[in-house]
Design a protein around this ligand. Structure first.
Ligand SMILES: Nc1nc2c(ncn2[C@@H]2O[C@H](COP(=O)(O)OP(=O)(O)O)[C@@H](O)[C@H]2O)c(=O)[nH]1
Ligand SMILES: [Mg+2]
Length: 176
């Protein structure tokens, strides 16, 4: 199971997403500090909303296998800058919550996430659990373990550590 780090503004639905992923009924809890138990790291929205705190987000990402931007489908403006993934050495995904909202603008939020560099985008409703299964299936696919030499080899090809090797390319014999 991949360890998932959640970042996004207050009220985006991060804590509810952790509850939906665990199969619990939604119950409101104000996130006062970063919680790292289980397979998720849930951060307070205030981190994403402040320039200084946002450096903390980069640090927490090192504890995770995958980083998710969480944005509600009805958010009026975007907190995340374009190409945000360039300072995170982890796969970046987007999770759009509250897809049932009457004010939802899913194409707009999707575009924000594409601009940030999200490689997968999941649409969920934490209340009805719509879309949660697809996210769980993605999280259940473990990333293959990698030695430092193998990571360096991938970097020498201009690949991310988590990208598959291109067809026909193999690790040199001595680092297999
Ligand atoms: N309808 C709907 N409400 C949601 C959804 N996700 C979260 N909420 C509600 O939005 C509010 C904020 O959610 P919360 O998970 O605490 O947001 P956080 O600040 O990002 O942790 C709560 O009242 C949740 O019940 C969703 O997918 N659909
Ligand atoms: Mg929260």
């Amino acid at each position: 199971m991949k360890k998932l780090f959640l970042m996004g503004r207050s009220e985006a639905g991060k804590t509810s997403l952790t509850q939906a992923l665990r199969g619990e009924e939604l119950h409101y809890v104000k996130t006062q500090y970063t919680n790292t138990e289980g397979n998720t790291i849930d951060s307070p929205g205030e981190y994403a909303e402040s320039k200084r705190f946002s450096v903390g987000l980069a640090c927490f990402s090192f504890e995770a296998d995958v980083v998710a931007i969480v944005q509600a489908a009805d958010e009026p403006f975007n907190l995340f800058s374009a190409s945000l993934r360039s300072f995170i050495l982890r796969p970046l995904i987007g999770v759009i919550t509250k897809i049932d909202s009457p004010y939802a603008n899913i194409p707009m939020v999707k575009q924000w996430m594409i601009n940030a560099g999200c490689e997968r985008i999941f649409l969920v409703d934490n209340a009805t659990r719509a879309g949660i299964r697809e996210l769980i299936e993605y999280l259940e696919e473990d990333l293959p373990p990698l030695t430092l030499e193998q990571a360096k080899f991938k970097q020498s090809l201009g690949l991310n550590e988590w990208d598959p090797l291109p067809e026909g390319v193999e690790y040199p014999e001595e680092i297999k």
